[in-house]
Structure formats: structure tokens, C-alpha cells
Design a protein around this ligand. Structure first.
Ligand code: ASP
Ligand code: MG
Length: 407
């Protein structure tokens, strides 16, 4: 079998953990597999590099940021090759340039466009364990790029797709995908399996276990994906096309605190107003999430929506600048909000989910600011300080008062 194994930052944080990971890799290699390893930077390395840059130039160019950040992964792969050598096995480390991972040109948030796997295949044929840097690519100018925070997962899945790997294993510090973040929700349970679509929603909604682009790619190329612990031999969670949706109409609860709400108040109630507001924002590359329009008095309406916290100031600036053009009375905002979502592929066919969710929040005395729904998720906006309580209340409701989570 050809197996891609990705180890996250905590799984290679120090010498001992690198050795543990090396042993797992060697075990698989000794079983006769061809093994390609993808690594993140060790521990908090990426954050520390960002801090270093900030001290020197808070407005550092994105190109130089990528030059800097990509060094974290390069350290990991070299150290891992050394660890494997010390245990008596052949290994070679490659950075994105050597592994020919080509990306789009946008620094700090590039997308993998193509991978020329020739070099990797040659190394595998030479019986090497091939260790590749995650999180980085090379753009058309020959510069190194990075794929956005958490992007090593995407490197691993892209390699697995391109190499036609039999399996892509994502090793992390938890033993799989949970029904909620176990640090926030006490009763969170590990899932044995989850569908690509549900995982994509959860990843996009702020469950940090997988980079959302990696799930998109896994779905597109039907990659056999498993999330499992680097510390134990537990089974992990299989991410695949169809999960056991019959039994499990809700698969998880996610909390996203990186949210702020903007309200544009006293707009005239006529066609084209929403278009004006949202085209201004989209022109400035600000993505908007939940949108709510409400009818006010005297033929007036208000439009509220959420943006990521990092986009709040920019969005407010643009709106204030165009206040005349939009024709509103005032603009207000609140950044002490959070989005709590429940995700499940079975939701589309179970009308009771929304009612259960609202009942859970009512019982916990939590007020809902906004609501949005899709085929497989319901999100509510609540006060940030109530977000964890809300997540627990919702999770308990689905866990104990219905058999929504299966078994
Ligand atoms: N080292 C990068 C980060 O911290 C990429 C990754 O870990 O996936 O975001
Ligand atoms: Mg990660």
C-alpha cells in the first residue's frame, strides 16, 4: 500500500515526540508499505515566527512572511529524517520546491494547483521513506508560498490524491473527530466515522481538527481519510463519502468565537439596498456569513450580518465611508458574539432538529441574536460569554434526549 501520514505540530513538538512518530512511520514501512510523511512545524513554531516578524515589522510583506513561516516545516522534515536514520531506516526529506508542489501565487493563503510527483516516486522506488514539508508550495515566480494556517492537512490530502494513495492518515493530539470540542463540551464523544460534507461544515464552522480545504480535496478525489491519535493506537475517525446517516442525524456541535456582528440601521425599504452593501464588502474581499434583514418602522429596514473579527474594522470603515450612498441612519457593531452550530447530514430529513436546538437554548436561558440554516447545519449567534454554555446545552440535548448521535 501507499500511505500518506501527516503529523501535526503537537505530534512533532519535541525530540521524544519526533521519535514516537518515527516509530509509527517505521512500523508501517516494515509492514511493506510505501510511506510518504507530511509534517507541520514543531509545536508553536509558526506562532513564534509570526511574533518575531511582528517585533521587527508589523507590516511585513506577505512574501517575506512566507519565506519565514515555511522554515518551520523545513526544520521538522529534516529532524524527522534524522530520527528515522538514527533508527536504521532510509529516509529523505523534501521541501515544496524539491517535491514540486506548485501553488497559486497569493502569499500566505495560496492554493495547491498541481504536484509533479516524479521525485517522490523516484525516492519511493529507492525504498526511501519520503518526508515532505506541509503548509507550503512554490508559485509561478519560483517563490515559496504558504497555504493558510492549518494548511498541512491540505498538503497531505493533495499528495494522497495525486499519488493515488490507498490511505491518508492525519495524526494529531486527539484520537479523532469529536461530536464537539472536548475542552468545551464535557460529554463530547469520538465519532467512528463522518461524511465529507459534515466534516467540511464542521471544519468551516471552526472545529480545528482538519483544514477545511483538505476536506474539500478529500471529497473531490475520494481520498481515504482517517484522523487518529499520534500518541495512542486508537482507531480514529474515518472521513468518507457516506457516513451512517440513518442512525445519526446530527454529527457535531461547533463553536466559532471569531465572529462579530454589524448592523446597518434605518435603510429605506426598496430594491437594491442589500446589493449595494454586500457588493461593497465583496469588492473589498470581506466575506459575510449570517445575514438577517428585519423590518423597522416607517418603511425602514435594518440589515445585520456577521464577519470574521479580523475583518470588522475594515468592514466598518468601508460602510462608514459609503454611508451616504447606502442611505442608512446608523451603523452599529458587536464583537462579543459567537456562532454555535449543529451539523448533521440527516438533518435534511429530520424536521425536529431546529425545535430541539431552540428548546435547549430556551432551557439554558440563552438569547438568540441571529439564525441561519442550510441543508445540513443550523447556526445561531449568541453572546460570546454564553457560547460554551450554549454548546453544552445543545450537545446534551442531542446526546441525551434523542438518539441523534447514534448508538
Ligand atoms: N504550521 C502551520 C500552522 O501552524 C501549518 C499547520 O500546522 O498545518 O498553521
Ligand atoms: Mg492542524
Amino acid at each position: 500500500m501507499l500511505i500518506v501520514k501527516k503529523f501535526g505540530g503537537t505530534s512533532v513538538a519535541d525530540a521524544q515526540r519526533i521519535k514516537n512518530a518515527a516509530n509509527k512511520i517505521i512500523k508501517s514501512y516494515k509492514e511493506g508499505n510505501q510511506v510518504v510523511v507530511v509534517l507541520s512545524a514543531q509545536g508553536d513554531t509558526t506562532d513564534e515566527l509570526i511574533e518575531k516578524a511582528d517585533e521587527i515589522n508589523p507590516e511585513a510583506s506577505k512574501r517575506e512572511m512566507d519565506m519565514l513561516l515555511s522554515t518551520g516545516e523545513q526544520q521538522s522534515v529534516a529532524l524527522m529524517a534524522m530520527a528515522i536514520h538514527s533508527l536504521g531506516y532510509p529516509a529523505v526529506s523534501l521541501n515544496a520546491y524539491q517535491a514540486k508542489i506548485y501553488s497559486s501565487s497569493n502569499y500566505t493563503n495560496a492554493r495547491i494547483k498541481n504536484i509533479n510527483t516524479e521525485r517522490i516516486h523516484t525516492e519511493l522506488e529507492k525504498k526511501n521513506i519520503v518526508i515532505v514539508t506541509g503548509f507550503q508550495g512554490v508559485n509561478k515566480y519560483g517563490d515559496v508560498t504558504t497555504l493558510g494556517r492549518g494548511g498541512s492537512d491540505t498538503s497531505a490530502v493533495a499528495l494522497a490524491a495525486k499519488l493515488n494513495a490507498d490511505l491518508c492518515e492525519i495524526y494529531t493530539d486527539v484520537d479523532g473527530v469529536y461530536t464537539a470540542d472536548p475542552r468545551i463540551v464535557k460529554g463530547a464523544k469520538k465519532l467512528d466515522e463522518i461524511s465529507y460534507d459534515e466534516m467540511l461544515e464542521l471544519a468551516t464552522l471552526g472545529a480545528k481538527v482538519l483544514h477545511n480545504r483538505s476536506v474539500e480535496l478529500a471529497k473531490k478525489y475520494n481520498v481515504n481519510l482517517v484522523v487518529r491519535s499520534s500518541l495512542t493506537d486508537a482507531e480514529g475517525t474515518v472521513v468518507k463519502e457516506e457516513s451512517n446517516v440513518e442512525k445519526m442525524f446530527v454529527s457535531g456541535v461547533a463553536v466559532d468565537k471569531d465572529v462579530s456582528r454589524i448592523s446597518v440601521i434605518g435603510l429605506s425599504d426598496q430594491p437594491g439596498i442589500a446589493f449595494k452593501i454586500f457588493s461593497l464588502l465583496s469588492k473589498n474581499k470581506i466575506s459575510v456569513d449570517i445575514i438577517l434583514q428585519s423590518i423597522g418602522r416607517d418603511n425602514k429596514k435594518d440589515i445585520s450580518f456577521t464577519v470574521a473579527k479580523c475583518d470588522l474594522n475594515e468592514a466598518l470603515r468601508i460602510l462608514e465611508q459609503n454611508k451616504q450612498k447606502i442611505g442608512c441612519e446608523s451603523i452599529s457593531h458587536n464583537d462579543n458574539v459567537a456562532k454555535v452550530s449543529v451539523v448533521g447530514a440527516g438533518m435534511a430529513t429530520n424536521s425536529g432538529v431546529a425545535a430541539l436546538l431552540f428548546e435547549a437554548l430556551y432551557n439554558a436561558d440563552i438569547n438568540i441574536n441571529m439564525i441561519s440554516t442550510s441543508e445540513i447545519k443550523i447556526s445561531v449567534l449568541v453572546n460570546e460569554k454564553e457560547a460554551d454554555i450554549a454548546a453544552n446545552a445543545i450537545h446534551d440535548k442531542f446526546m441525551f434526549e434523542s438518539d441523534a448521535f447514534g448508538d
